[in-house]
Design a protein around this ligand. Structure first.
Ligand code: F6R
Length: 606
């Protein structure tokens, strides 16, 4: 989604801004732009990739401060004029803005009535004119920005650059903004990945914070006046360089990184002696685990699919009711919150607005929430203040892969932990742990010989639609496989619990319709075979993901074998072929695998 990068110091700003934008590219965007302060404010912006912007930049741009933006359209189409930065009519003020201004229509109308000619269709452009009105009436820059923000409702991560003042002013309300203090230079970003190579000294702005940024320092205050309590954090987590390491795409690299990422996630957390798991970030004493009335898991997209697996694993192992919730629905359904219940917010980015608002809703109603998050220091991680980092490392492809497997692994660790305090024996715990420890190697083995994925691609690449089926823990795996294929290959995909297929989606099947079935050798196997027969009787072609050595393979048109493991762990392995299938179908169709159209990596608007 939209990204912001800014710099002020003694070095040339333009190359740093462009490099910052490149680091934000993975979030998904449709246009980009920069403005550099060099006597005047020089704006360059362009629809398309950052590489398109680079083509219109002069070879050398003077100027030691500037702000930059990648835009993911919300108000107004994808055009050069709607791209940020927006410049005031007198050329004195430039802004970049993430978020949505809810009362923009009225403000734009009033500005037009005052004679302003708005050049874009965006909500953001209104801000630059409002700030200019304040400056023209004699306000200092900070005051002009403050007065402007006080007239807005909505969300913002905002940066303002001034022709006449050697500073950048930033503000945050609902859209992340992170400031970095280097040696004689300061940085701004909406995303910690873009800052970590420049400095470890970070300020995570809180909602309602404003900051004046100079090369020598950062001064943070509150929108309502007074100073802010936001203080500097030294980022210790080595987020690592996110390059492609010889792979043609980030998605393929991240699929192959799963064994190592999983090792990181479970390392030190499996407690074989007790048949349990240690999750240091969870502030849940055994008495709380024993007495909790239920568990709720909240997420979006891939994280929601991980929640659904967590729900089944927690219920199965701990015999406690568990429910997965669609985050975007949660708050608006006015949920009843039991303060003794256990709540999890699951998110790769830790910035997803829908999940964030669900966290706030639970906290407002007296519950506490644990984060299951990848990005260290992200808003959800900080708001929850407790939880589990999944340690996937940077995930750059928009389609989530290694974060999914580590979310599932983290929820399985929690299922072990709560299960041991409530329900199953140490021996059962040890047996799961013995298999859990083997999963990274089994994943590696599978990835070195993934089976006839290309045959599956042949069946899928020209399909009008694809049905994914699974039962039990494999139903959410089917959903995840369908989501992945749909989002990067743009093929309409439906995922159904296999038994539900005959109640509707069976109508779609005709001669040659591809159906992807996930059927590990668990207690659902026989029933899944019946569903497959129903599909085959209608001429469907079955792509079957099953355990190696299982005679169920005879049912398949394309049979993809995964290694055997304890049935509670199968999603960690059965999802991997679905990721490879999506990747290869997207490639075969010539799609932009890492940056699918319309999608954003970090969805910071509701
Ligand atoms: C799917 C995908 C999205 C995200 C969703 C939640 O591949 O990437 O569906 O899973 O937007 O994002 P996070 O996990 O960052 O909250």
């Amino acid at each position: 989604m939209c990204g912001i990068f800014g710099f002020i110091g003694n070095r040339a700003a333009a190359p740093l801004l462009v490099e910052g934008l490149r680091r934000l590219e993975y979030r998904g965007y449709d246009s980009s732009g920069i403005v550099v302060r060099n006597g005047d404010l020089q704006v360059y912006k362009k629809v398309g990739k950052v590489s398109e912007l680079s083509k219109i930049l002069p070879n050398h741009i003077e100027g030691n401060s500037g702000i930059a933006h990648t835009r993911w359209a919300t108000h107004g189409g994808v055009t050069d004029s709607n791209a940020h930065p927006h410049l005031s009519e007198n050329g004195d003020v430039a802004v970049v803005h993430n978020g949505i201004i809810d009362n923009a229509r009225g403000i734009r109308k009033r500005l037009e009535d005052r004679g302003f000619e708005l050049k874009s269709e965006t909500d953001s452009e209104a801000l630059v004119h409002m700030i200019t009105i304040g400056l023209d009436s004699g306000q200092e820059p900070l005051e002009a920005v403050r007065q402007t923000l006080n007239r807005l409702s909505g969300t913002w991560g905002l940066c303002v650059l001034f022709k006449e003042h050697d500073m950048i002013i930033c503000a945050r309300n609902g859209s992340p903004l992170i400031l970095g203090q280097g040696d004689g230079e300061s940085f701004i970003s909406s995303d910690p990945h873009a800052l970590s190579r420049h400095t470890q000294n970070i300020f995570f702005l809180e909602d309602g914070d404003m900051a004046v940024i100079n090369k020598d320092g950062i001064d943070i205050s509150r929108l309502e006046g007074g100073s802010s309590s936001t203080s500097m954090t030294v980022i210790e987590d080595d987020w690592g360089e996110a390059d492609m390491a010889g792979y043609p795409h980030f998605m393929l690299k991240e699929i192959h990184e799963q064994p190592e990422a999983l090792r990181r996630c479970i390392s030190g957390r499996l407690d074989r002696a007790n048949g349990s798991a240690k999750l240091g970030g969870l502030k849940l004493e055994p008495v709380r685990l024993r007495s909790a009335p239920h568990v709720r898991l909240i997420g979006c997209g891939t994280a929601l699919n991980a929640c659904k697996i967590g729900q089944l694993a927690i219920e199965s192992l701990a015999r406690i009711p568990a429910v997965a919730h669609v985050a975007s629905e949660f708050r608006y359904n006015d949920p009843v919150i039991n303060p003794n219940a256990i709540h999890f917010a699951v998110s790769q980015s830790g910035e997803t607005a829908d999940t964030l608002s669900a966290v706030k809703e639970i906290q407002l109603k007296g519950g506490d929430v644990h984060g299951i998050v990848n990005v260290v220091g992200s808003t959800i991680a900080r708001l929850c203040g407790q939880g589990v980092y999944i340690h996937s490392g940077p995930e750059q492809a928009v389609a989530s892969t290694k974060a999914f497997t580590n979310m599932v692994a983290s929820l399985l660790l929690f299922a072990l932990r709560i299960g041991r305090t409530r329900s199953f024996s140490r021996e059962r715990g040890r047996s799961i742990i013995d298999d859990f420890q083997k999963i990274p190697d089994l994943m590696e083995n599978y990835l070195s010989n993934p089976g006839p994925i290309d045959e599956a691609v042949e069946l899928l690449k020209e399909a009008k639609s694809v049905l994914f089926l699974g039962r039990g823990l494999s139903a959410p795996v089917a959903s995840e496989g369908a989501l992945k294929l749909m989002e990067i290959a743009y093929i309409p995909c439906l995922a159904y619990p296999a038994g539900e297929m005959k109640h509707g989606p069976i109508a779609l099947l005709e001669e040659g319709s591809p159906v992807v079935v996930i059927a590990p050798n668990d207690r659902h196997r026989e029933k899944t075979i019946s569903s497959m027969h129903e599909c085959k009787a209608r001429g469907a072609k079955i792509i079957l993901i099953h355990e190696e050595g299982d005679s169920i393979s005879e049912e398949a048109d394309v049979s993809i074998a995964i290694p055997k493991c304890d049935s509670i762990l199968t999603p960690l392995l059965s999802v991997v072929p679905t990721q490879l299938i999506a990747y290869k179908v997207a490639l075969a169709l010539g799609c932009d695998v890492d940056r699918p159209r319309n999608l954003a990596k970090s969805v910071t608007v509701e």
